[in-house]
Design a protein around this ligand. Structure first.
Ligand SMILES: [Fe+2]
Length: 224
């Protein structure tokens, strides 16, 4: 598995291109904004982008879907159904976060409606990328339709904004629910195993074991 990380947007979001080394099949997880770096990385290496794979539909994770799909129109676009409203409501998202309409353009947050989804993720489905097998696990709480991608052979999981190094995703935005998020982490992420490397939507990579032992939201130091 090849994993290339691009840190994008003013939110320092981790966009990732994940590639099966044997077949050169690739997915882009959460393209945060338009990026020539991503396009060049795919084209120069002759990687075949089969899908834009979305963990959830916050603006800093989907702002680059339109541009990437424009270059690779054969790629599928996949998202859980419960985040569709956020997805197609992308132009309104900055307003919900309190950004005045007059400032959208200056801040680069003047989004158009993104292209139609190809289909929705189904909880528990196995999604193949060449010889890689990602288990799609619904983990609501940060958003209603958040999913994670677990590759159990490679022992790697892409968790979007569910879990961070030393922290967890915010739950104060519309559709957020802190109890649901803790449940999702406890029932779907932690049981994957302490040896899993965790690729987070912001900040550094970590492991499930390290977070289980030290993350104050999981050890009970912080009660939410
Ligand atoms: Fe988010």
């Amino acid at each position: 598995m090849i994993i290339e990380t691009f840190v994008l947007t003013p939110f320092q979001q981790n966009t990732r291109v994940v590639v099966c080394e044997q077949t050169r099949a690739a997915i882009c997880i959460d393209p945060g904004e338009s990026s020539t770096g991503i396009v060049n990385f795919l084209q120069k290496n002759d990687f075949q982008l089969q899908a834009i794979a979305l963990t959830h539909a916050h603006l800093d994770h989907i702002g680059g879907v339109s541009a990437l799909y424009g270059v690779f129109p054969n790629a599928d676009i996949l998202l859980h159904k419960a985040d569709e409203e956020l997805y197609y409501g992308l132009p309104e998202q900055p307003l919900l976060m309190g950004v005045p309409r007059a400032q959208l353009k200056a801040l680069g947050l003047d989004y158009e409606i993104p292209p139609p989804l190809t289909r929705n993720w189904q909880d528990g489905e196995i999604y193949a990328v060449g010889s890689l097998r990602f288990e799609i696990l619904h983990c609501p709480g940060h958003t209603p339709g958040h999913v994670i991608f677990a590759e159990k052979t490679e022992r790697k999981v892409f968790v979007g904004d569910c879990l961070f190094e030393g922290s967890i995703g915010r739950t104060d935005l519309p559709g957020g629910n802190s109890e649901q998020l803790i449940n999702s982490i406890n029932r779907r992420i932690l049981p994957l195993g302490d040896d899993f490397t965790v690729y987070t939507g912001h900040g550094n990579e970590t492991t499930i074991g390290f977070e289980r032992a030290t993350n104050p939201f999981l050890t009970g130091v912080y009660q939410i």
